[in-house]
Design a protein around this ligand. Sequence first.
Ligand code: AQP
Length: 328
Amino acid sequence: MTRIFSGIQPTGTPHIGNYFGALRNWVALQEDHECVYCVVDYHAITIEVDPTALRQASRNMALDLMACGIDPQRSIMFIQSAVPEHTELAWILGCVTSYGDLTRMTQFKDKSAGRKFISAGLFTYPILQAADILLYRTQGVPVGEDQVQHLELSRRIARRFNSRFGEFFPEPDPIVGKGARIMSLADPTIKMSKSAGEAHYIGVMEDEKSIQKKIRSAVTDTGLTAGEEMSPGVATLFEILELSTEMLGDTSIVSELKADFGAGKLMYSHLKDAVFENLMAVLRPIQARRAELAASGKVDEILAQGAEKARVIARENIAKVRELAGLG
Ligand code: AQP
């Protein structure tokens, strides 16, 4: 069975970009793949975070993942730092990674811009990401579009390791579906993300009133006449509507509103109402599940079991890597 790996940073609540771009694919892939899903706390410390808050955030993210549909009975779910083989492999892979390749990573340029202190960890982040993926000899990685460049680097790192030490790692393929780049509703020229600020994302667990307010104040345009090209803000609203209605199994409202748009008579308030109603119909059950899971108090036990299963694979693969690389 094909093995899948993916990770998410415990930097607050997941947003609907994370959900539509990655997490719902994580859930679907559980049906017929061996899935390994990780809360990547080593990645989170590449920038300054409060240690107590981080430990809690990792557990909260695990609860969020389960609420979204990750089933720890079927998938291996754990916190990255509980499997230290990730960092051991990262060192080894760092020795087959080209410095020039790292300097071309656009995410580093974006994330380091405007920072007073730029950690070496932020720069070498893609090597740790390659280690996360390759440690499980992963074949497929469901990600949003912003991670495709890093995945291409992981493939190059796997090739270099294989040619220097002997064939061992498969080259992981990106799995990129619809919704792989959801834009901010407050500024549809930038990606929906938490680091851009509160206004720029809708949290999966966010309060209904707050979601409604963000959708109502989403940037559109001053009204277009028939035949004009859709503005980025309106396109983003339609994308969220389409993704939500697809999940709910009835997309007829999308065709109706698109026909109105084509005829130049779409009222954006109708579009926004439809986005809010359908998005909430997707999010409400997830939010209800999240509340139940938090009350059950079992997250530590689930994560410990996940880490144990992950370590079985990790130990076996790191032993082989050490042997191939002449270490120990
Ligand atoms: N806007 C997005 N649209 C679609 N997919 C997205 N992903 C992230 N943003 C979007 C995908 O979600 C997965 C987890 O991403 P992550 O761990 O990199 O999450 P994050 O960095 O915490 O997400 P943010 O909020 O977007 O982070 P910042 O603010 O740091 O940039 C990945 O598969 C990612 O592609």
